[in-house]
Design a protein around this ligand. Structure first.
Ligand code: SAM
Length: 283
């Protein structure tokens, strides 16, 4: 059987017209119209037949089709109810796809994925990119990797190194939990409608162990948050946002062997961990 490729301008136009779908800006609906990009994403996901994969936001099924063709066991969560009957039609040829209606941030993802290890693949809705990534990472789900289309600017923040303008709390969190790399840049013309910014596909392979020893993760992320809260202030000063006294901050920094006159944005993961561990030790 000849399968028509959904990720093409003609098919996306045709499907939207036939079902009377007007893409919703509010839901971040920019559908892929370049099959080459779908193939790159599927390749980066390195899927095996029968392997569970979660797609967030299948839209009309452009990327879902590529995932289904890999033979993986595809579960796709879509918030827009109007798209459910569209997906029933566009993906009718594949019996390895299950569509679930709902908000990925509200559903019980581990339960949906049967508490088994899975991969995440998505062309993310840009209005909630960071909340989705952070919720997947923080909930410690058994994810092997995440391959996601995001705004290029966000991808650069995820891989940024200390002392650069893109380095921030997102960089630290992503690099603490995963090894991220940018697979490719994707121009606006690869989508319908074309977004105003360039996008990028990022692959985050989950680490088995964090790259630094952290005694108390909550404390670690409090220090990271404080470190980036007021970027132009010295680290000693921004640490005051944690409620610690000047004396306590001095004691912690001395124990961690850190110069408090530096800015938090220059700190490596190790240095944030040193501060958090020193704080924990004086508690
Ligand atoms: N995967 C399709 C593609 O690549 O052509 C569509 C990607 S589009 C950028 C994002 C999709 O996420 C839309 O279909 C949108 O309706 C859906 N979406 C938005 N918010 C969502 C949420 N909270 N949970 C699940 N899906 C959501």
């Amino acid at each position: 059987m000849l399968e028509s490729i959904i990720a093409s301008p003609e098919v996306v136009h045709y499907v939207c017209k036939r079902f009377g779908i007007h893409m919703s800006k509010k839901l971040g609906q920019n559908f892929l119209i370049k099959r080459g990009v779908v193939d790159e994403i599927v390749h980066a996901a390195d899927l095996n037949a029968g392997e569970p994969v979660l797609e967030i936001g299948p839209g009309i099924g452009t990327l879902t089709q590529g995932l289904a063709q890999s033979g993986a066991d595809v579960t796709a969560i879509e918030l827009d109810r109007r798209l459910l009957e569209v997906l029933d039609t566009t993906l009718a040829a594949y019996d390895n796809v299950r569509i679930i209606h709902g908000d990925v941030l509200k559903l019980d993802v581990p339960d949906i994925m049967n508490h088994k290890q899975f991969k995440v693949v998505a062309n993310l809705p840009y209005y909630i990119t960071t909340p989705i990534i952070m919720s997947l990472l923080e909930s410690r789900l058994p994810i092997e990797r995440m391959v996601m289309m995001v705004q290029r600017e966000v991808a650069l923040r995820m891989v940024a190194k200390p002392g650069t303008k893109d380095y921030g709390a997102l960089s630290v969190a992503v690099q603490y939990y995963t090894e991220p790399d940018i697979v490719m840049d994707v121009p606006p013309k690869a989508f319908l409608p074309a977004p105003s910014v360039t996008s990028a596909v990022i692959r985050c392979v989950l680490r088995k162990e964090p790259p630094v020893d952290v005694v108390d993760e909550k404390l670690f992320f409090r220090v990271v948050k404080a470190g980036f809260e007021q970027r132009r202030k010295t680290f000693s000063n921004t640490m005051k946002t944690t409620g610690l006294s000047k004396e306590e901050i001095e004691m912690i920094l001395e124990k961690a062997n850190i110069d408090g006159q530096r800015r938090g944005e220059t700190f490596s993961l190790q240095e944030f961990a040193d501060v958090a561990n020193a704080w924990h030790s004086i508690k």
